[in-house]
Each structure stands twice: as C-alpha cells, then as structure tokens.
Design a protein around this ligand. Structure first.
Ligand SMILES: [Zn+2]
Length: 203
C-alpha cells in the first residue's frame, strides 16, 4: 500500500455546516488581531453539543471518563450504517433490525430517513445489545436515541461501557446500507463531556 492509499477512495463528509448566529444552540465567533504579528484570530463561544459531536461517559455521570480519557482508537475504525428506511414513524428499533448487519467491534451508524419527533427509537433491548457488540454509536435526527428520557437506556448502557455516542451527523442517506472507514476525532480539551467533530466516511 502506498501513502496515497486514501487518494482514490470516495470520501463523504458527515458533519453539517455550522453558521454562527444561525444555529439553535449558541455559536459565536469573534475576530481579533494578534498583538505580536497582526494576524487574524478568533474567539469561539459554543456549546459542546453542537453540530456533529461525540459524547463521552461524563456527559451522563460527571465522575465517568471525560472526552480526553477515552482511547483515541474509540473514535475511528470499521463502520456500518444500518439502513432502517423500512421502519414506520415512532417504531421501535429492535435487536433483530441490527444483528444481521453488525459485526463485533463495529462503529455503528443508524439511519431511518424519518426526521424529528416521528423518528423511530432505539428500544432498551437494542441499546443493551449494542453495548455488548459495538465500539461506537452514531445517529442523526432520523433516530430517537432514547425510548424514554426517564430510562435513558442508550446513555446508560453505552456510555456506561465507555462506548461514545455521536449525534447530529449529516449525509447518512449517502452511506446507508454501506460499510466504510469512519473517522471523527474529538478535540483534546481536558474535562469536556463532548466535543464537536469533523466526521467522515471513507468508502
Ligand atoms: Zn449531545
């Protein structure tokens, strides 16, 4: 394999564009001039859960590992995007929807095509099953992460086993049903519960 092994592969950008001042969550950038050399820099003010972001265990329980405490290998690797476009609005995603597509140690992305409140949800049985089989879970707004916000089964099972959760991905319609290499590295800022990422699929 040469060094240009990635050059000929199709790459899909899985992070949505973020526009300061246009997002529902806080995002402002403020330019300033560096005193020493008069170059342009920015101050950034944003939430840790904005755009494509990866959540660490400390998002659910503060005493659990933060985003810098997880092995960097948690955030890239062989991935599959399970195509759930046959699901009905608000239907449960079951173990039987996943087990024929998921290999042990996979990064698993889910896509249903139904956006918002009507999106299918991950049943608590499926959340628990995923926690025994996968390395990371990624979703967009076509999947409800939780069956119930009292139970919080997905957060509890996955983050409880140091399996990060990626939210607000985009372009999953372009990778649904496919296998690829996924990469989405967090910033290395101590104490963060979650970090924005630039996520890509390399087909
Ligand atoms: Zn989040």
């Amino acid at each position: 394999m040469g060094y240009n092994v990635l050059e000929n592969r199709e790459i899909i950008d899985l992070s949505p564009m973020l526009v300061p001042g246009k997002e529902k969550r806080r995002l402002t950038i403020r330019p300033f001039i560096a005193e020493l050399d008069k170059t342009i820099m920015h101050e950034i003010d944003m939430m840790s859960h904005l755009g494509a972001h990866v959540e660490a265990p400390s998002h659910f329980k503060p005493e659990w590992p933060d985003i810098t405490s997880l092995d960097i290998r948690s955030f890239y690797g062989e991935a599959v995007c399970v195509d759930l476009r046959y699901k009905k609005p608000r239907e449960a995603i079951l173990v039987s929807d996943l087990e024929k597509h998921v290999k042990n140690g996979d990064i698993v992305l889910l896509y249903s095509g139904i956006r918002g409140d009507e999106a299918p949800y991950i049943s608590k049985e499926a959340a628990e099953w995923l926690s025994f089989h996968i390395k990371m879970l990624g979703i967009d707004d076509t999947i409800n992460l939780e069956e119930s916000y009292e139970l919080m089964a997905s957060h509890k099972h996955l983050l409880g086993k140091n399996i990060p959760i990626v939210e607000m991905l985009s372009n999953l319609d372009k990778v649904a049903g496919k296998r690829f290499i996924y990469i989405g590295l967090p910033l290395k800022i101590k104490g963060l519960d979650s970090s924005p990422i630039r996520a890509v699929a390399i087909l």
